[in-house]
Design a protein around this ligand. Sequence first.
Ligand SMILES: [Zn+2]
Length: 131
Amino acid sequence: MRKPGNKIMRIRGWALAMIFIGMAVMYLGIFFRETPWAMMIFLVLGTLPIMLSFVIYFWVGMISTRTVTVQCPNCERHTKILGRVDYCQHCKEPLTLDQELEGEAFTTDYNVKHRREKKIEEIRNKENGKD
Ligand SMILES: [Zn+2]
C-alpha cells in the first residue's frame, strides 16, 4: 500500500491535477472547432476544474496559516503539520503534536478530536494500571 503523504502536499497535488484536467478538456474542444457550440461546451467544461483548483489553492492558503512548522526528527528538515497528526513533507515520517500519542500505532483517526481523546484516555489508564 502506498504511504499517504503530507496533507497540504496532497491537497496541492489535487489542485494541480485539476488544472491539467481542465486543460485536457479544453484541448479536446479543438477537435470540435467545426462545430462552435460543441467547442464552447468543452471550453466552459474546461474552465470549471481550473476554477475549482483556484478555489483549492486559495483554501490551502487559508489553512496554511493554521499549520505548525516542526523539525522532523527523522530527516531533520522543517515540515508543516496540519491537524494533530500528519506526515513529514520530505520523508513521510508520521508526526504528532500530542506527547501522549508518541510511539503509539499511528493513525489519522487522531485528527478526529473525540477519537484522539479516547486514545489518550486509554493510554493514561494503561499507565495508571502499571503503578
Ligand atoms: Zn522528515
